[in-house]
Structures are given as C-alpha cells and as structure tokens.
Write a protein that binds this ligand. Structure first.
Ligand code: CU
Length: 474
C-alpha cells in the first residue's frame, strides 16, 4: 500500500516536471519566434539598371521624387527618395567606365546630387552650384578614374542639404576595379556582400518623419531617437555560416556611431572611405562619423542554425543577424588587400590651415561662413597640398561638438592626428575625417580635376548653418 502511494507520487511528480519542462521550452521557443517575427527583414536596395549595352559606357537615370513610407506599422510618413519612396538604388560602376547620368527633379524644390568621394571635375560634382530646378533634368557625364570603393550620393543644395537627406535622399555608389574583382573576398551582392545605410530619425506620434531642429541639434548635429538600417527600424538579416562583407555608410545627419558586435566579437575592417586598406585590420570597435564609410568582414562560421548576432551602437541595437545554413564557398581574410602609395609630404607645395569654430548659427571655417559668390582657396591642378584641420571647440561636459571634415573632388591620406600616426584603419584613402574637439588633423592630397569644390563639416546642420567653404582647382 505504502509502496503504491510512493510510486503514484513519483509518477505524478515526474509528469509535473516533464510537463513543465515541455511547456517551458515550448513557451520559450514561441516567444523567441514571436520576438523574431518582430524584426522586419533588412531591405536590400536595387542595383540601378545601366541602359547602355556597351560594357564601357553606363547610362543611368535617377529621379528625386516624393514618396510615402510606413516606418512605424500602421502609420504613414511622407518621404523623399531616388527612384522610390526612401533612399535610392546602388549605382555600380567600374574604373575606366564612362558614365552618363540623367538626374530628374520631381520634387517641388531645388535639389542637386553630389557624388560623395567620386573624383570628377567640379562641374560634375553636384555641389550647391549644380542646381536642378523642380521639374528639370541635369545631364552629366564623367569617367570613373579611381580604385574600387564604396562611395555615396546625396543632395547638396545651399542651406537645405540636411532636410533633403533626412527625408530620404541618399544612396550608395560601388566602384569596382581589377583588384576588387580579383580579391578572394565575399562579393556576391545581397548574398554575402550587404550594404548597410545607418541613419537616425525622430518621428511624430503619427509616425511622420520630424526635422524640427532645436538648439541642441544646431550645436551637436541632429540626434534621432530611432535608428534605421536601410530605412527600417531594427531589421534582421539572415546570413549563412561563413564570412560576410558589410559595407557600412554613416548616412546620419549628425550622429557619430561607435559600432561593435554583440558578445564583443572581433571583425575585420578591409576598406575605408576611398577604397581597400593595404591590409586588413582586426577590430572590436569602429567609430564612424557622419558621411564616413567602412567595409568590414564578419565571421559567422562558428554560429549554429538560429544563432543571432547584433550590430550595436553603444548600448543600442541597430540590427540583428540570424544564421541559417552554410555558404557553399568559404573564404578566409586575405593578408594583402591593395597597394597604397603613400603621398610623400616632401612633395607638398603648400600647407593650408582650416580652423572650425563657433557654435550653432555662428559656426565658421577660418572665421568665414559659406558664401556662394566667394572662392575661399585657389589650388593648382595636379598639385599636392597638406591641409591642417583644427576643431577649435572644447568638450561641454560629456557632450562633444565634433566636426567630420569632408573635401570634395579628392581622396586624401591622413598624415597625423594631434601629431601622432593615425590608427591602422585610417591609414587608407579617406574623403571625410572626424575631427574631435581640440584636435588637429593633417591630411595630404593631390587635386586631379579642375573646377569649384566644397570643403565642409559633414554634420549637415553645421554645413547648412555655414560651416563650408569653396576652393577652385585651376
Ligand atoms: Cu560640424
């Protein structure tokens, strides 16, 4: 009798434990699935169609247009986009290729399209002088003359760049060359080679994009409350086990990202703004200021099916990666990526100084604000110069007024940051460099084309407030 009671009790207990465990695992699995379903898929931008059958000539059409987008489910925002509702297609070109661009402006305001990082004559650069009136078309041709790189395009109209980029006008340019085609690295677009456009935004309670600037935005650049990747809030990308290439653009107006992977996982930077680094750089943290790009390789080979990794900015999660399956081809990180010839500073014919100072509406470079009718610097064609760029601001508590300095029409090399050699991942080609409060950055460059170009802070609120100047190469 006693024995039977015991057996019954043990069986009942076992049922409770096993049942509980089964229910618990079912519940956990279900909530994980629900959580999973909450992350929308990362959209992969289309590659812009080249309508010219000649492999050495590309004909492209871009239209800046009005759009609508549901950033927040059930709520629609008005937007701008190129050939679509928000952001634009990837323009893929090859070194040596002749490009004929037709840019239509279907907006109700003036715009321009600047090819950020592309080496083209000033008349083709798309700066504030290359205005396209509403309803009009800008036709421009150029030949791609630089090494493989991830560049981008965005509007640059006087005083309105911040607002137009914010509404959605931006896209990537991929330049390919013999080296990029030969390198044994992931290069299958949308399969193991993905573009990531990082942006921060604020929304009204109706889900409308909001670009109301307050004092803080003017001083530190716009800081959003919601993070987007390729136009979507915290998306998820399914990758396979193996090496994955991410081409990251800081497309935010004002934010500086401090990127890292969850679990402090190591990744490898292979390219900076203007192309491949000489050799890969292993990293755990990557700082990317407004306008800068970086290409990184992430190794997913040790994750199991269903394994997750997050791309984070400080404590915020920007996006999720989920692993499923295995790539058929496996890659290892090459030891050498490119040959980068150092521009000798002994060849520089001139050193110019640029001091970025002031705050809010008083921001200036060398005490001057942008004036469309004034050329600030004149440079000799093909000459080599050193530019010494200083951020004269001081840190205010924990807040820093940073100034990412961008020069049009060139790719430069960083000689020094406060007299010291730049970190390994900043020793390649650059077109935008973060200048922290009090810092002085020396860069060296050659000017390959004639024309009028801009140099400016890439915090778009600073740029629009006048932290910009013009140089003419002749
Ligand atoms: Cu600035």
């Amino acid at each position: 009798m006693k024995k039977r009671v015991w057996i019954t009790a043990i069986i009942l207990l076992a049922i409770v434990i096993i049942g509980g465990a089964v229910f618990y695992s079912w519940h956990v699995k279900k909530s994980a699935e629900q959580k999973d379903a909450q992350h929308p898929a990362l959209p992969i931008p289309a590659v812009l169609k080249d309508t010219n059958p000649d492999p050495d000539v590309a004909d492209f059409t871009l239209t800046a247009q009005h759009g609508k987008k549901e950033f927040i489910a059930g709520k629609t925002s008005t937007t701008y986009g190129y050939n679509g509702n928000y952001l634009g297609p990837v323009i893929r070109v090859r070194k040596g290729e002749k490009v004929n661009m037709t840019v239509k402006n279907d907006l109700k305001e003036v715009t321009t399209v600047h090819w950020h990082g592309l080496l083209v004559p000033g008349s083709a650069d798309g700066g504030p002088h290359n205005t396209i009136l509403p309803g009009k078309t800008w036709k421009v041709s150029f030949t791609v003359s630089q090494q493989a790189a991830t560049l981008w395009y965005h509007p640059h109209p006087m005083g309105k760049t911040g607002e137009q980029v914010y509404k959605g006008l931006a896209g990537l340019i991929y330049v390919d060359d013999q080296n990029s085609e030969k390198l044994d690295i992931p290069k299958d677009y949308g399969k193991n080679d993905f573009p990531l456009v990082l942006q921060d935004r604020r929304f009204t309670k109706n889900g409308q994009l909001s670009y109301k600037l307050d004092m803080n935005d003017q001083v530190f650049g716009f800081q959003g409350t919601t993070e987007l990747v390729n136009g979507v809030i915290q998306p998820q990308l399914t990758v396979k086990r193996g090496l994955v290439r991410l081409r990251i653009l800081n497309g935010s107006n004002g934010r500086t990202y401090n990127l890292h992977l969850s679990g402090n996982q190591t990744f490898t930077q292979i390219a900076s703004d203007g192309g491949f680094l000489a050799s890969p750089v292993k990293m755990k943290k990557l700082t990317l200021s407004a306008g800068e790009r970086a290409e990184i390789l992430v190794d997913f080979s040790k994750l199991r099916d269903g394994g997750m990794l997050q791309l984070k900015n400080g404590k915020e999660t920007l996006m999720y990666f989920k692993v499923k399956g295995k790539y058929t081809k496996s890659y290892s990180v090459p030891r050498k990526l490119a040959t980068i010839k150092k521009i000798p500073d002994s060849k520089a014919v001139k050193t110019r100084k640029f001091v970025m100072s002031g705050m809010g509406p008083n921001v200036s470079i060398n005490g001057k604000q942008m004036d469309m009718n004034h050329i600030d610097e004149t440079v000799k064609l093909h000459s080599i110069e050193i530019w010494e760029i200083k951020n004269a601001s001081t840190s205010m508590g924990t807040k820093k007024m940073v100034h990412p300095f961008h020069v049009h029409g060139v790719q430069f090399q960083i000689l020094s940051i406060n007299g010291k050699t730049p970190p390994a991942n900043e020793q390649g080609w650059k077109d935008t460099v973060l200048v922290n409060p009090g810092d002085t950055v020396k860069v060296i460059m050659r000017f390959p084309f004639k024309g009028i170009y801009m140099y400016h802070c890439h915090i778009l609120e600073h740029e629009d407030l006048g932290m910009m100047g013009q140089f003419e190469v002749k």
